[in-house]
Ligand binder design. Structure first.
Ligand SMILES: [Zn+2]
Length: 395
């Protein structure tokens, strides 16, 4: 079925605009969509007719207001029960599999430990798990698969270099496409997180044509990462995603790159947990999410100090990132910011300071502790959202 690159932008073709508006607020009417998007009534009519034909929208004659003057206006909504997409987030420690409808509503999920076997075997294991999970949704037609992961992506072949997993040109798109028999999109996960904020955002109905704004997305959990959104489009460098992993912080932590004090090795959950184990604060652990045990100890002086130290490094990094990129908005995403109470508090305070000094708004991700899930979900939907009619001709 082939691999299709991610399309992380606010498309302005009428079918895309109408589907986005209907996804944000369903059921709706042609008049409401026309008013919300600025598209003419005739353009909305044509787009709705084409989307109804493709089965992406459905009419709700039962909701027609009786007694309306003139031609009856039958409300419509996204056809949310006919199709399903599957989003897969392959993390350094865990892999999550999510089923979603065309609106981007998550219908269910499953989790497995990311296999540490050879890359093709690991991918086949993930593909088998996804196929098994999807049996729960056998009444729906599976139309697309999206994979979001760390490392560097070759988007047209769907291959992934992921040093943490030992993957080199791992054939993610090919293995999943063959197992699931649908088109596959593979994307860098921090870019996908930024895309989820953009495409599932608070102003999804507007076309954003001519708007100019920039948003920097700063991610931290097992890894740290960045993504940049400019004028309604996620920047995806062909040379690999933006990186802040080896940003110098002045900490003494030795990094595998040979230097000391790089941000990722100083601030990631895995490295903070390792230091907590070394300090005897928590027992030896193999699961990086055990960092949550450290959060519950934050009244303990040593535990608190460890977390304050990390929060300060991240707050300093945030300040420098604002200086370098000078974006209109900054979004902080990932469990370090949303689950660690100390980092949350420090970064919010630093965000307020930056906002009052420079006017840059700094907010936490709207997806809280589910940023990885929504990164996978938006990857499975991006080609459909960008050009719904072209995408539907593939199934
Ligand atoms: Zn380094």
């Amino acid at each position: 079925m082939g691999t299709v690159p991610a399309r992380f932008f606010l498309a302005d073709n009428p079918a895309a605009v109408v589907l986005r508006a209907a996804s944000a607020s369903s059921p709706t009417t042609r008049d409401v969509v026309s008013a919300a998007t600025g598209l003419s009534a005739a353009t909305v009519n044509r787009a709705v007719a084409a989307l109804l034909d493709a089965g992406l929208l459905r009419e709700r004659a039962d909701l027609t207001v009786p007694g309306a003057v003139g031609r009856p206006r039958i409300p419509f909504e996204v056809n949310q029960s006919r199709f399903v997409t599957v989003g897969i987030h392959i993390g350094a420690s865990k892999t999550r599999i999510l089923a979603t409808d065309l609106r981007g509503q998550i219908l269910g999920g499953a989790e497995l430990v990311t296999p540490k076997s050879a890359q093709r075997v690991a991918l086949e294991t993930i593909a088998v798990s996804a196929a098994q999970f999807l049996r729960r949704f056998s009444r729906r037609t599976l139309v697309w698969a999206g994979v979001a992961t760390g490392g560097r992506i070759e988007p047209t072949r769907g291959e992934v270099d992921h040093p943490r997993l030992g993957w080199q040109a791992a054939p993610v798109g090919a293995v999943l496409g063959q197992a699931l028999n649908v088109p596959v999109t593979v994307a860098a996960h921090v870019e996908a997180m930024a895309a989820a904020e953009l495409l599932f955002g608070s102003r999804p109905a507007t076309r954003h044509v001519g708007t100019t704004s920039s948003t920097l997305y700063f991610y931290s959990r097992q890894t740290v990462g960045l993504a940049l959104v400019v004028d309604g489009k996620v920047y995806s460098p062909s040379n690999g995603p933006l990186s802040i992993a080896h940003f110098p912080t002045g900490s003494g932590q030795p990094c595998e790159c040979g230097r000391k004090g790089c941000l990722e090795v100083s601030a990631s959950d895995a490295s903070v947990l390792r230091r907590a184990v070394e300090a005897g604060l928590v027992t030896r652990s193999v699961d990086p999410s055990d960092i949550e045990r450290l959060y519950r100890l934050s009244s303990n002086h040593s535990a608190h100090e460890l977390l304050v130290n990390r929060a300060q490094l991240l707050a300093e990094a945030l300040t420098i990132l604002r200086d370098v990129f000078n974006p209109d908005h900054i979004i902080l995403g990932g469990q370090t910011f949303t689950a660690d109470p100390v980092a949350h508090q420090y970064l919010r305070a630093q965000g307020h300071a930056l906002q009052s000094q420079f006017g840059t708004t700094v907010v936490m991700s709207r997806f809280g502790n589910r940023v990885q899930d929504f990164a996978a979900t938006v990857t499975s939907l991006s080609a459909i959202r960008a050009d719904p009619l072209a995408a539907s001709r593939r199934w």
